[in-house]
Design a protein around this ligand. Structure first.
Ligand code: MG
Length: 330
C-alpha cells in the first residue's frame, strides 16, 4: 500500500514539471524578468503556445511516461523502442518547437529508418554516439528536461534508476555529462517522492562514476553559493541543472509556505534564457518535494498540452506508473 502523501508527490513530479514549463514558455529567450515581476502562464513563446500550454519539455516527458505506463521493465528493448517511436511521432505530429540537438538526432534517425529500417531506439542511440565521437556539441539540456518520469518507475531502486536515466538520456544526447545530470536529478526526484526532502540532490552523487563525483559536488556548491541568475545562459546541461538547483536553494519555502511550489519555480523562470526548460527541471523536483497539493489551483486549472493532457490526466499518469512499477518492485 503506497501512502497517499507519496502518491501526491508522484503526481507533483509530473505536474510540477508541466506547470514550470508552461510558466516559463512566455519568457523563453526573451529579456530576463525583473526580480519583482510575477511570471504568468500567458502563452506565446516559441510555439507560439496557448495560455497554460506546456512545451517540448513536457511533451517529450509524456513520451517516456506513456512507455513506462505500458511496460514493466523501463530498460527493455520494448520500452525504449516505444519511447523512441514516441519521440518520432511527436516530432512529426505534435512538436511546436524542438531543441537543436534533439531535432538533429530525430531527423538523422528518421532518414536512417527510411533508408535502412531497423530499431528506432538503436538507431537513435547510435546517432547520438556518433555526434559525441566526432566532437560535436551534444551536452544540451534536452534530455534533462524530460527525465523526471523515470523516477516514478524506480521508487525503491536508485541503482536501477541511475541506469535508466543514463539510457534514456543517451537516446538523443551522447555526451556523458547529459547522462550524469539526468542520474543526479532523477535521484533527487525519486528521493523527494519517497521521503519528501531535497536530500537526494547530494545523495545522487553516489550514483555517479567516482571519477566525476567531485566535479558534480563542486557544481552543486556553486549553485548553492551563487545567485540563480549566475546560471544563464543555460542551454548547456550543467548550467541548466545549476540554474534549477540555485533557484530552489534560494527560494526553498517550507511546509507552511503557501508558495512553496510557486516561489522556487518563479525564481527558475527569472533566471532567464531557456526559462521553460529550467522551470520544468526545477518544477519536477519542487513538485516531487511538496506534492500536487502544493501547486496553485490556478496553474492546475489551465495547464495542458500535447497529446491532449490536462492536470488530471498527467497526475493520473504519474500515479499509474508509480503503482505499476512499485508493485513490481515490492
Ligand atoms: Mg520548451
Amino acid at each position: 500500500m503506497i501512502p497517499s502523501a507519496v502518491l501526491d508527490r508522484a503526481a507533483g513530479a509530473l505536474l510540477g514539471a508541466a506547470c514550470g514549463d508552461a510558466l516559463g514558455v512566455p519568457y523563453e529567450f526573451a529579456p530576463r524578468l525583473a526580480q519583482g515581476r510575477i511570471p504568468e502562464m500567458i502563452g506565446g513563446g516559441l510555439g507560439p503556445y496557448e495560455p497554460g500550454e506546456y512545451s517540448d519539455d513536457t511533451q517529450m516527458a509524456v513520451c517516456i511516461a506513456e512507455a513506462l505506463r505500458d511496460h514493466d521493465d523501463p530498460r527493455s528493448p520494448q520500452a525504449l523502442e516505444r519511447t523512441a517511436r514516441g519521440f518520432l511521432n511527436w516530432f512529426h505530429g505534435g512538436a511546436s518547437d524542438v531543441g537543436v540537438q534533439t531535432a538533429r538526432i530525430l531527423e538523422d534517425t528518421d532518414r536512417s529508418l527510411t533508408e535502412r529500417g531497423g530499431d528506432a531506439a538503436e538507431v537513435m542511440t547510435g546517432r547520438s554516439d556518433r555526434m559525441f565521437e566526432v566532437g560535436e556539441r551534444c551536452a544540451g539540456n534536452g534530455s534533462l528536461m524530460r527525465t523526471a518520469p523515470l523516477a516514478l518507475a524506480h521508487l525503491n531502486d536508485p541503482q536501477g534508476l541511475a541506469r535508466s536515466a543514463a539510457r534514456y538520456s543517451h537516446l538523443t544526447h551522447g555526451d556523458p555529462l547529459a547522462a550524469q545530470a539526468c542520474v543526479l536529478w532523477c535521484e533527487a526526484v525519486r528521493h523527494a517522492i519517497a521521503h519528501g526532502t531535497y536530500d537526494g540532490v547530494r545523495g545522487g552523487l553516489d550514483l555517479l562514476p567516482s571519477s566525476v563525483r567531485g566535479e558534480w559536488a563542486a557544481r552543486l556548491d556553486e549553485a548553492e553559493k551563487e545567485p540563480p541568475t549566475t546560471f544563464a545562459p543555460n542551454g548547456f546541461v550543467v548550467s541548466a541543472l545549476q540554474a534549477a538547483w540555485s533557484a530552489i536553494v534560494h527560494a526553498p519555502g517550507d511546509e507552511s509556505s503557501p508558495d512553496r511550489y510557486a516561489a522556487p519555480v518563479m525564481a527558475a523562470v527569472r533566471v532567464g534564457d531557456d526559462t521553460d526548460t529550467v522551470a520544468a527541471i526545477a518544477g519536477a523536483l519542487v513538485g516531487a518535494r511538496w506534492g500536487r497539493s502544493a501547486i496553485p489551483a490556478a496553474y492546475l486549472e489551465v495547464v495542458h498540452g500535447w497529446p491532449g493532457y490536462r492536470a488530471e490526466g498527467l497526475g493520473g499518469l504519474a500515479e499509474v506508473i508509480l503503482l505499476r512499477h512499485t508493485r513490481q518492485a515490492d
